[in-house]
Ligand binder design. Structure first.
Ligand code: ADP
Length: 319
C-alpha cells in the first residue's frame, strides 16, 4: 500500500516473498525506486496494469512480475494506491498442474467406467451367455468398481491430508494385526507374490486407520510393480525412540533420477509398467503425508531390475 506521494506504507509478507524485498527495506521508500517499472502510476491517478515489473534489489526469483494498481480514493480525494503483484509464470504453472490433475483423474475415472459399461451392456444384451462367462464378467465389473472406490478414497484422503486433518486417534498398534488386515484385502496371487512378515512382535504408535493406508499402499505397489513375482518382505524392529519398518520387493525398481519425485502428488514413472498397472500417482504422496503426520520419516532406495526398499521410522510420540 502506498501513500499519496507513492511512498510504501505497508508491505505484506506475501509481497516480501514474491518480490524478495523485505518489508524493512520497502517501507518508507518510494515504490518507483524499488520497482522502476511501476513508476507511471504515480503520474496518473487511475487504475493501471503493468506487465513486467522487476525488483532489481529483491532476492526473489528475478522473474518480472505483473502488477496491478488501484487508487484509494476517499471523499473524492486520492489517498494512495494498493498494488497487487502476481508471478504470472507461477500462475501459468499452477494452471498447467490443474489441467494435468483434471486430465489424470478423468482418465483414471473413465477407464474403469468404460469397462463396467461394456461388460454390463454385454451381460444385459446376451441373456444366453454361459454361467462361467457371466461369472467372469461380473468379477471384472466388481474389480473395476473396487478400483474406482480406491481412487475416490485416495482423493478423499488427499483432501484430508491437504487440510491438515490427519490423525483421529493415537494408540499402540501391533504391526502383525495391522499387516494381517492389509494382506487379507490385498489384491494379489499369493503364489506369485508371496509376502513374508518378520515383525518380531513390534508395535507402532499411531492412528490405526491411517497406518493401514500406509502399508496398504506400499504393498499394493510392491505387487503392482513386481510383474515377475518375487518375494515381498515386511520386517520391523525397535529403534532408539520408536519402530523402524522395512517394506521391500524384488520388482522393477525405480530409476535413480526418478526417485526424488515418486512421493510427489500425481507423479508416476513414465514406463510400460506404470501404464499397464494403472494408478493415480497419489499413493506415495498419501503414505509420506501420513508418516510425517505421525512425526516419522520414510526413505527409499531402489535398483532397476532388482527391487525397491522403503524404510519407515515411526516415533513412539509425534515430534
Ligand atoms: P501409482 O502407483 O498410483 O502410480 P504411487 O504414488 O503409489 O502412484 O507411486 C508413484 C510411482 O512410483 C509409481 O507410478 C511407480 O512408478 C513408482 N513406484 C512406487 N512404488 C514402487 C515399487 N515398489 N517398485 C517400483 N516402482 C514403484
Amino acid at each position: 500500500m502506498l501513500d499519496a506521494s507513492g511512498m510504501v506504507e505497508r508491505w505484506s509478507a506475501a509481497a516480501e516473498s514474491i518480490t524478495g524485498v523485505p518489508a524493512a527495506e520497502a517501507i518508507g521508500r518510494p515504490l518507483a525506486r524499488i520497482a522502476p517499472g511501476a513508476l507511471e502510476t504515480f503520474e496518473r491517478e487511475r487504475a493501471v496494469d503493468v506487465f513486467a515489473v522487476s525488483f532489481p534489489a529483491g532476492e526473489g526469483t528475478g522473474k518480472p512480475l505483473s502488477g496491478r494498481a488501484r487508487p484509494l480514493v476517499c471523499a473524492g480525494k486520492g489517498e494512495g494506491w494498493v498494488w497487487v503483484f502476481r508471478d504470472e509464470q507461477r500462475l501459468r504453472e499452477i494452471d498447467q498442474l490443474k489441467a494435468e490433475f483434471v486430465g489424470t483423474i478423468s482418465h483414471e475415472l473413465r477407464t474403469p467406467l468404460t469397462s463396467i459399461k461394456a461388460y454390463t451392456a454385454t451381460l444385459r444384451t446376451n441373456p444366453s451367455l454361459d454361467e462361467p462367462t457371466r461369472a467372469e464378467f461380473l468379477q471384472i465389473v466388481e474389480q473395476e468398481a473396487d478400483r474406482l472406490t480406491r481412487l475416490v478414497d485416495d482423493l478423499l484422503v488427499v483432501a484430508r491430508v491437504d487440510s491438515g486433518l490427519m490423525l483421529k486417534r493415537r494408540q499402540r498398534v501391533p504391526l502383525q494385526e495391522l499387516l494381517d488386515r492389509v494382506l487379507t484385502n490385498l489384491a494379489r496371487d499369493p503364489a506369485q507374490h508371496p509376502v513374508r512378515l518378520d515383525l518380531a512382535g513390534v508395535e507402532v504408535s499411531g492412528d490405526p486407520d491411517r497406518l493401514y493406508e500406509v502399508f496398504a499402499n506400499l504393498l499394493e505397489n510392491a505387487v503392482k510393480y513386481s510383474p515377475k513375482g518375487g518375494e515381498i518382505g515386511v520386517s520391523a524392529e525397535r529403534g532408539a525412540d520408536g519402530a523402524v519398518v522395512i517394506v521391500r520387493d524384488r520388482g522393477a525398481g525405480v530409476p535413480e533420477g526418478e526417485l526424488p519425485y515418486i512421493f510427489d502428488q500425481f507423479y508416476r514413472v513414465d514406463n510400460h509398467l506404470t501404464a499397464s498397472a494403472g494408478g493415480s500417482g497419489l499413493g506415495l504422496y498419501i503414505v509420506r503425508s501420513i508418516v510425517r503426520a505421525h512425526g516419522g520419516t520414510i526413505d527409499v532406495c531402489s535398483n532397476v531390475g532388482q527391487g525397491t526398499t522403503f524404510t519407515i521410522s515411526l516415533p513412539d510420540r509425534s515430534a
